[in-house]
Design a protein around this ligand. Structure first.
Ligand SMILES: Nc1ncnc2c1ncn2[C@@H]1O[C@H](COP(=O)(O)OP(=O)(O)O)[C@@H](O)[C@H]1O
Ligand SMILES: [Mg+2]
Length: 270
């Protein structure tokens, strides 16, 4: 009641257990329209599992999930997508044999599966022009020159861009990005960060961005959530979070002392 605007996504007391392991431990977070929020935390902190829970990929053990006012807890990923959520995976999921353009076209086709009335009247007319065709999406993500190549033939950083393009093609209101800058060079990471900000600014998206490159992320987001051992230990501006004693002890202290720590990506989707 304190806010006059409805959160795009409101997660309350989300818990995900895998047998005896509590991967996500009663995490609550609200994401408002147009916010750019980072999620950080050590490996195994529960970041990907939290994403899986809030996008319907993994059913939470308990807690409630409300997307644009609709209670979606327990529903599958298609229902979340139909309500405006799109995501990338820690390991990109593109179609390697299909041309880059056709990967995007697949996303557009998926958007067409939303209920007719929204597409025809309510929503399609408000879709930004830049998300209407594969060509315009390829321009937005900078892959126009690669349009006719098979997805398998483009570089790893271009694969990440393609996956973002596929997610955008579903015309989301909210974009969840899981380590889209992993494995990129320093310059590519910076370019990726700028693209993410542009997407938020120009498409008026809510963006939630998990990244291991903490220093880059902290420079670009307005709010950051810190997970540690499945629990949310901080939620605030980057300036607040880097001064938080619990965060420094749990995470940032180590990050600063071991800048070369190799990050081993785990694919943990159900
Ligand atoms: N499908 C699964 N089955 C069992 N354990 C899992 C599964 N997915 C993740 N985990 C465990 O949950 C914890 C959190 O993992 P994850 O969400 O991938 O962390 P992060 O993305 O922060 O590195 C880890 O201990 C991981 O091993
Ligand atoms: Mg992860």
């Amino acid at each position: 009641m304190s806010s006059d605007r409805q959160p795009l996504l409101d997660a309350r007391d989300i818990t995900v257990r895998f047998g005896g392991l509590v991967a996500v431990d009663s995490v609550s977070a609200r994401f408002m329209p147009g916010e750019l929020v980072g999620i950080i935390g050590p490996n195994g902190a529960g970041k990907t599992t939290f994403f899986n829970a809030i996008s319907g990929v993994t059913k939470p053990t308990s807690g409630t999930l409300t997307v644009q006012g609709r209670e979606l807890g327990g529903k599958g990923p298609h229902r979340f997508a139909a309500n405006g959520l799109a995501r990338t995976f820690q390991t990109p999921r593109t179609f390697p044999d299909m041309r880059v353009r056709d990967n995007i076209a697949f996303g557009l086709k998926f958007a067409g599966r939303r209920p007719r009335k929204y597409i025809w009247w309510g929503e399609e007319t408000t879709v930004p022009w830049v998300l209407r065709t594969p060509e315009s999406i390829l321009g937005l993500i900078g892959l126009r020159d690669q349009a006719d190549l098979p997805a398998a033939a483009i570089t790893p950083s271009q694969q990440r861009l393609l996956e973002i393009g596929m997610a955008l093609a579903t015309r989301p209101r909210m974009l969840l990005l899981d380590e889209v800058a992993a494995g990129l060079t320093e310059n590519e990471v910076e370019e990726m960060a700028r693209l993410i900000r542009r997407l938020r600014d120009e498409l008026d998206l809510t963006v939630v961005w998990i990244e291991h490159a903490v220093t880059t992320l902290l420079r670009h987001v307005e709010r950051v959530i810190v997970l540690h051992q499945g629990k949310k230990i901080a939620d605030g501006t980057p300036a607040e979070v880097v001064r938080n004693a619990e965060v420094i002890e749990a995470y940032l202290g180590d990050e600063m002392n071991e800048p070369t720590t190799e990050h081993v990506a785990e694919e943990t989707t159900a």
